[in-house]
Write a protein that binds this ligand. Structure first.
Ligand SMILES: Cc1ncc(C[n+]2csc(CCOP(=O)(O)OP(=O)(O)O)c2C)c(N)n1
Ligand code: SF4
Ligand SMILES: [Mg+2]
Length: 349
């Protein structure tokens, strides 16, 4: 009897660590189909795979909201804390102080960040803690059925017809003003730009703040909304074409230095910014704030890398935090000897 020959399965593609894309995935998403947050999870999976990030070194940190649920849908084998509403910055700070070898990946929402969590957010931004802080920004509280958040634009309309009459908080302008050292805005529907910005963030050793406009298909994707897919597509003004070349690949792209800016990141990777509007300089804080104010007044949604500064020391270096995780330090290093305690007691008597 003739037997059919089965062709051998082609080997799965692997990254520089020998891991497959599947190693970077998470649980099946329970978010609405078409939610922008799902697309952001996909970009995180790809960016970590392509950069060869070790999943067990990542700490996924979030608050409360549909956005804050999304770390369950990527990097299954990473650490994860889905914390309290608006409190992700404290949990992230504690995790990084306890183990500076971790790669902190914080995911928040516009409500989680700009409403209940604004106090925590502003203090995190002034510390230059090594952390990637992603705001999945849909202008509403998706999880609690679509009330306006503090990033909703003036004049934006809810499905019920309610119009927002308060000015939005621009989280990028706030982060730049406060001291974050890598600040960008992107759109969940722009695969290329978001991917490059995420990889740049993975190469940066300070506070990265990425505001990603991420439409809520259930509560904020209708006519009159300024965070719907169609509105963002019509008003998106990319500041530059962003490319990323990791340190482990040759920078063999041909580019004209007159129209392209090359930024070398902490790990030796490069971010290439092509066709910068009026020779925009993303290392100039004042220019970044001016650009954001002007584009907001014009009603544009400007996207791209607004500000980067690789010079300031990060919080862990500033505090002289030891290289080893605190949990693995021997007792001899963490416990003062009896004589020292006796001396303290004596001094108090
Ligand atoms: C202390 C506290 N206050 C209020 C809530 C209710 N609540 C849950 S999620 C949420 C807002 C979430 O909005 P956002 O962060 O924008 O996330 P999205 O669901 O839009 O992704 C609120 C107000 C809560 N869980 N805890
Ligand atoms: S309610 Fe909105 S934010 Fe929440 S999962 Fe659905 S589409 Fe996404
Ligand atoms: Mg939201």
């Amino acid at each position: 009897m003739a037997t059919a020959t089965v062709p051998p399965a082609s080997p799965a593609k692997v990254n520089r660590l020998g891991l497959e894309m599947a190693n970077y995935k998470g649980n099946k998403s329970t978010l609405c189909a078409g939610c922008g947050h799902n697309a952001i999870s996909e970009r995180i999976i790809e960016a970590c795979y392509e950069m060869g990030v070790e999943p067990h070194r990542v700490a996924k940190l979030s608050g409360i909201g549909c956005s804050s649920k999304s770390p369950a849908y990527f990097l299954r084998t990473a650490y994860g804390v889905n914390s309290l509403h608006g409190r992700m910055p404290s949990i992230a700070t504690g995790a990084m102080l306890a183990n500076r070898n971790l790669i902190a990946l914080g995911v928040s929402g516009d409500g989680d960040t700009a409403s209940i969590g604004i106090g925590q957010f502003v203090h995190l931004m002034r510390r230059n803690m090594p952390l990637i802080y992603i705001i999945e920004d849909n202008g509403v509280y998706g999880l609690t059925k679509g009330q306006f958040s503090a990033t909703a634009d003036i004049g934006s309309k809810l499905k019920t017809g309610v119009v927002n009459d308060l000015p939005p908080i621009d989280t990028c302008a706030l982060a730049i003003q406060l001291g974050a050292t890598y600040v960008a805005r992107s759109f969940s529907g722009d695969k290329r730009q978001l991917s490059a910005l995420l990889k740049g963030a993975l190469a940066h050793h300070g506070t990265c703040m990425l505001d990603v406009i991420s439409p809520c298909v259930t509560f904020n994707d209708h006519e009159g909304s300024t965070k719907s897919y169609s509105y963002v597509k019509d008003h998106d003004e990319p500041l530059a074409d962003v490319s990323f070349v990791p340190y482990f690949e040759d920078i063999s792209v041909d580019y004209d230095p007159g129209s392209t800016m090359d930024i070398t990141m902490h790990d030796g990777s490069h971010i290439l910014l092509r066709k910068l509007a009026e020779s925009y300089d993303p290392t100039n804080k004042i220019e970044a704030l001016r650009l954001l104010t002007e584009s907001h007044d014009k009603g544009e949604i400007i996207t791209g890398l607004f500000y980067v500064n690789t010079k300031p020391e990060n919080f862990l270096t500033l505090l002289n935090v030891v290289d080893e995780p605190l949990a693995t330090l021997p007792e001899s290093k963490v416990r003062p000897p009896k004589e020292v305690l006796d001396q303290v007691m004596q001094a108090l008597m």
